[in-house]
Design a protein around this ligand. Structure first.
Ligand code: 0CN
Ligand code: SF4
Length: 430
């Protein structure tokens, strides 16, 4: 790949109408007498211009005759990337921005365009599989969708249904109302409990208020709650391995708050004080790093030789599979991108896993979060997504990277998932 040439941008009509400090980012470049040129990397340019302080709008950009030389970023600029040595590349792709006069618009557009052109080159993308939605997330999202269809909006949801900003925004657009606590739900209204589960206190409160509850708690989180009740009933101290403040942890601890202690690290285990060291059981959050959790459990077993645990691992199949799939590609990648939101525990664990094996990694909500300097010197990108990140966001990242030069995409599947959870009865019939 390729040369870049810079044509003059003459979309003056549109540019004149832009507000100061607003930049038009080209979805496609239209050149008189020539087929229009797509701009798949528009989302990347858009994100970088916004980070540099300008507002953006998107649309087609008309360009004048070709000319070599520096972009005219004061009024507008465009560049063509020619894919000449790749077989899977899109041929010719463009990058373009046009800015009205103002303080920040032209400077941001020019700097962002240059930053992306610097890192435009052919690349390989290694896709981890499995990635993205798990059965519990599929079920939780479908529950909200069906409740909206059945009952019409607004449908209240306690907490984020899953920890993903795109999923939440999409459901909000369809009439879901996300609230932090039940006091924001009108008496008698329908409320959905999120995939991460709730404590018995929340269930009791919903009942007292006469709320119509639809429970989207993942059955695998439900399994941990069941174990917590069982261990508490036999009089054990329960040590829960998990992250303080996470909703799933709050829900699980709520099953036996007086006899549950939270630990995150082996050091926490050393500080534990329990009533009877022979009556200790452990549980874990479902979305932890498998290797780190094993270390904490080893420390527990050393300290409490009579330690008992769950019949089967609490870290769920989806968390384990996504970690194993990433482990299979991370070493071959120069950089790993994990699609997921910042409050998603399982997505964060994927970033940490990659860093632990020595490959730098970044969590991105979507393609617009990718920074140009991350790609400096990077020829192979490992790509995955947490269990709450929709598949289409991963596809959009692949599409955007293809706007920086030809890319070869290969998927590396470590296992095939067939898990499916049935919906609650109340939303099963259309
Ligand atoms: O990202 P999520 O919504 O949740 P955490 O990874 O933060 O627990 O993914 C779905 C997992 C569940 C429960
Ligand atoms: Fe359930 Fe695991 Fe998915 Fe969480 S990540 S919703 S526990 S399957």
């Amino acid at each position: 790949m390729s040369t870049t040439k810079s044509p003059r941008t003459t979309n003056a009509h549109t540019v004149e109408r832009l507000e100061p400090d607003t930049v038009m980012v080209a979805d496609e470049l239209r050149c008189q007498g020539l087929p229009s040129v797509p701009c798949p990397a528009a989302v990347l340019l858009d994100g970088e211009i916004r980070r540099r302080g300008a507002r953006t709008v998107r649309g087609p950009l008309r360009t004048g005759p070709w000319r070599a030389g520096p972009e005219r970023a004061a009024l507008g600029s465009a560049a063509f990337l020619r894919a000449t040595d790749g077989t899977t590349g899109p041929g010719v792709v463009g990058l373009g921005a046009a800015a009205a006069r103002g303080d920040r618009g032209p400077a941001s557009a020019r700097a962002a365009l240059h930053a992306w052109l610097e890192v435009a080159r052919p690349r390989e993308v290694l896709l981890a599989a499995p990635r993205s939605f798990c059965a519990g997330v599929d079920r939780a999202v479908e529950i909200v969708e069906r409740a909206l269809e059945q009952r019409g909006g607004p449908i209240h949801v306690r907490k984020q249904i899953v920890h993903n900003s795109h999923v939440v925004a999409e459901l909000e657009g369809r009439g879901a109302v996300f609230v932090e606590e039940l006091d924001a739900v009108p008496d008698g209204a329908t409320v959905v409990f999120s995939a991460h589960g709730v404590s018995p206190a929340v269930r009791t409160e919903a009942e007292r208020r006469g709320l119509d509850v639809i429970d989207a708690t993942c059955p695998l989180v439900g399994k941990v709650h069941h174990e917590a009740r069982r261990f508490a009933d036999r009089g054990d101290t329960i040590v829960l391995v998990g992250h303080a403040g996470h909703e799933e942890v709050e829900g699980t601890m709520g099953e036996a708050p007086d006899r549950t202690m939270l630990v995150e690290t082996p050091e926490d285990v050393a500080r534990l004080e329990v009533a009877d060291p022979d009556k200790v059981s452990y549980l874990t959050q479902t979305t932890l790093a498998a290797d780190e959790t094993a270390e904490v459990i080893d420390a527990l077993r050393t300290r409490f030789p009579m330690l008992r645990g769950p019949g089967s691992d609490d870290i769920c199949y989806a968390t384990t599979n996504r970690q194993e799939a990433l482990r299979a590609i991370a070493l071959d990648a120069d950089l790993v991108l994990v699609v997921g939101s910042t409050n998603s525990s399982n997505s964060l664990r994927l970033v940490e896993l990659s860093e632990r094996v020595g490959t730098p990694a970044h969590l991105i909500d979507d393609a617009a979060d990718i920074r140009p300097h991350w790609l400096t010197g990077v020829t192979t990108i490992g790509l995955t997504a947490g269990a709450s990140a929709p598949h289409h966001l991963v596809e959009a990242v692949v599409g955007a990277l293809g706007g920086l030069g030809p890319i070869g995409v290969s998927e590396h599947e470590t296992t095939r998932e067939t898990v499916h959870f049935t919906l609650p009865l109340s939303v099963r019939t259309p």
